[in-house]
Design a protein around this ligand. Structure first.
Ligand code: CDV
Length: 308
């Protein structure tokens, strides 16, 4: 019998500093309802979906930083989202800043149709810098505000398939997808906040979008998996984020893509068996991988050129 999952990527337009958690949760609930009415069983929300993309702001006062973090999930303000999902019988993926005791993570969770959390991932590839750069047009302080995730890249049996997660910058690293590919992943879900401007080197926005989609498509094809990516888009208090939320088939083809920079739902009926041909042929890992030649991938981080 076909294993079919109708899934939605729920893109969010800008969330401004002045927007309350409650108002954001209302937007998430509206998108959840829309997904349910279009027959979806699962919705993917973006990275750090409850607040503005705060790593762009330098803060010295830890209390100010912690105000962007959730001490419990669900908490008082997020509980209505879980209750509505349970009422509708729809699962979801949510990215948020997690405060676990004194530890800070950029986290995503998988929530089942009964409102229970069954999966957690903490972002591993943290981009940006930890120091204040007053000359830059904005900051990217993920290395200051978050610890590197400590949960690896697990996958879960859910919704009749095998699901995995990563977050934003993780999608640019082939290792992310391959570790999940080696566990038979059939759908990787992720949220992102990709600024339109690159503060490190000049890069036109069309290339930012190209690299975003290229990463999703390569990860999907090279591992025979669906990829569902939901972004934050538009100008948050004047700071731009690319849209381009997308659903990518295991063939690497984009089957749905957002067209606005606002709250927008895209959906697709995903056949979870579509990746089987790829997994059994061109990327039959068991048959074709040559791990005796891959040692450098786990033994070193930086580039070591040959001696001159
Ligand atoms: N939130 C992110 O991880 N953003 C990065 C930016 C900094 C390049 C990304 O990979 O999109």
């Amino acid at each position: 019998m076909a294993r079919q999952l109708r899934v939605a990527a729920a893109q969010l337009g800008p969330i401004h500093l002045a927007d309350s958690r409650g108002s954001v949760v209302e937007r998430l609930i509206a998108l959840l309802g829309k997904a349910h009415r279009s027959g979806c069983g699962f919705v993917v929300f973006p990275e750090l979906a409850l607040t503005t993309f705060f790593p762009r702001y330098y803060m010295e006062n830890q209390e100010h930083v912690d105000a962007y973090f959730e001490k419990e999930m669900p908490g008082r303000e997020t509980a209505p989202l879980f209750e509505e999902a349970k009422r509708l019988g729809i699962g979801f993926h949510l990215g948020y800043a997690e405060l676990d005791g004194a530890r800070h993570f950029n986290t995503a969770i998988l929530v089942d149709t009964d409102g229970s959390i069954f999966g957690k991932y903490r972002k591993i590839h943290l981009p940006g810098h930890a120091d204040h750069r007053p000359d830059a047009p904005f900051q990217h302080l993920e290395k200051r505000y978050f610890e590197v995730g400590d949960l690896g890249f697990p996958v879960w049996r859910a919704f009749d398939g095998i699901l995995g997660m990563c977050i934003c910058n993780d999608r640019r690293w082939p290792e992310t997808f391959r570790v999940m590919g080696l566990q038979g992943v059939e759908m990787v879900v992720l949220g992102y906040n990709t600024p339109t401007d690159n503060i490190y080197h000049s890069e036109p926005v069309h290339r930012r979008m190209f690299h975003h989609l290229l990463s999703l498509q390569a990860g999907a094809y090279q591992n025979g998996t669906w990829v569902v990516a939901a972004g934050k888009a538009g100008k948050e208090d004047g700071y731009g984020l690319i849209g381009g939320s997308a659903i990518v088939a295991p063939t690497g083809e984009i089957v749905a893509q957002s067209i606005t920079e606002e709250d927008e739902l895209i959906a697709y009926d995903c056949d979870l068996d579509v990746g089987r041909d790829i997994k059994e042929n061109v990327f039959n890992f068991d048959k074709h991988r040559r791990i005796e030649h891959y040692g450098l991938i786990t033994s070193q981080t930086g580039v070591v050129p040959p001696p001159k």
